[in-house]
Design a protein around this ligand. Structure first.
Ligand SMILES: Cc1ncc(C[n+]2csc(CCOP(=O)(O)OP(=O)(O)O)c2C)c(N)n1
Ligand SMILES: [Mg+2]
Length: 326
């Protein structure tokens, strides 16, 4: 089923969505520069083009709800309360970061913020989120869990098992597919043969929607409906968001396999630019206000960079602490 209408959101919400998306974009832009400057070791994955999904979907949640974002979900971490400083400490592998310097990508989780750290074995992240939804149901806790997956990871068995079980058990679960039309170098035509990934929802006995993932208000309103439904005992919903990965798979991937025209076409539809244009058209934001916001966010990011660069790496003898269960 395709969601046909873009329902507007209140001014305050629309501006909050813009702020978090802008933060995500500027933060990732800074990461890109730092990677090129040799400040970031190892791999780096960016969610450029995915801002409306990571921010829009998670902005519908309440305290106590749990998310399990993908490797393109820096915006989701920010919405759940992670700070630019905390994220920078993690990405620079510092002792004060979420994984205490054991790792420098987005594997950090926080029970306090309600974030399951991204699990690199694709497929396991949404499954874990559904497990949280089951726990909420058993404990009669009025919370929901939201799992995220890329288009490629929907081909894994875990994805099907998770949705089947979530539907049978009527779990308070929302499954968001970030269909950015690439799974590394694999396009949808070599990944699945159904017209839309959300069409699979019918076979699980749950509602499914395919929506434009560049429209943050559409993402917000569609997901909000699913969250309300899950919270009131109606069971899970599958939402497929169509976006485009505007960068290579990782910073090391120039993505020569992506057709130039496709990239050019989608670059004109950057979700942050689209939302900003709407806000300005409605008179909810001026260019001057947007520039001031950008300055404030940039200053916060620069503070995070300075702090994290000065922060120590973990001490050698502590490295095995917290790696294995006691
Ligand atoms: C089970 C498993 N197989 C392969 C990989 C290697 N891998 C990491 S990301 C990725 C592509 C994932 O594509 P998609 O699910 O569409 O997410 P995207 O990167 O496009 O956001 C692959 C193949 C992995 N991490 N886990
Ligand atoms: Mg993908």
């Amino acid at each position: 089923m395709a969601a046909k209408t873009t329902v507007g959101v209140p001014r305050e919400t629309a501006l909050a969505l813009y702020e978090k998306m802008l933060l995500t974009r500027l933060f990732e832009h800074r990461l890109d520069l730092m990677y090129k400057g040799g400040d970031i070791l190892g791999g780096m994955l960016l969610g450029t083009g995915n801002e409306a999904v990571s921010v829009g979907a998670t902005s519908t949640l309440s305290k106590g709800d749990i998310i399990a974002p993908t490797h393109r979900g820096i915006g989701a971490h920010f919405v759940k309360g992670e700070t630019p400083r905390g994220m920078m400490l993690q990405i620079l592998g510092r002792a004060e970061g979420g994984t205490r310097g054991r790792d420098n990508t987005q594997h950090q989780g926080s029970m306090e913020l309600g974030v399951i750290g991204m699990i690199s074995h694709l497929g396991a992240t949404p499954t874990t989120a559904a497990g949280c939804a089951l726990a909420f149901k058993i404990k009669k806790q009025n919370n929901v869990a939201m799992g995220f997956t890329g288009d490629g990871a929907t081909s894994l068995g875990d994805f099907h098992e998770t949705l089947n079980m979530a539907s049978v058990m009527k779990l308070p679960f929302i499954m968001i597919i970030e269909n950015n039309q690439w799974a590394y170098s694999t396009p949808p035509s070599k990944q699945y043969a159904c017209a839309k990934l959300a069409d699979r929802a019918t076979s699980y006995g749950m509602p499914g929607f395919t929506i434009d993932g560049t429209d943050v208000e559409l993402v917000y309103t569609t997901v909000r409906h699913a969250v309300d439904r899950a919270r009131s005992g109606g069971g899970p919903t599958l939402i497929e968001t169509i976006t485009m990965r505007l960068r290579g798979h990782s910073a090391a991937d120039g993505a020569p396999y992506v057709p130039k025209e496709m990239l050019e076409e989608w670059s004109k539809k950057h979700p942050v630019d689209l939302h900003k244009a709407k806000l300005i058209e409605r008179g909810w934001l001026t260019e001057a206000e947007s520039a001031a916001l950008e300055d404030r966010i940039t200053a916060e990011i620069e503070e995070a960079v300075e702090y994290a660069k000065r922060a120590p790496y973990p001490e050698g003898p502590t490295l095995l602490e917290g790696v294995y269960a006691d």
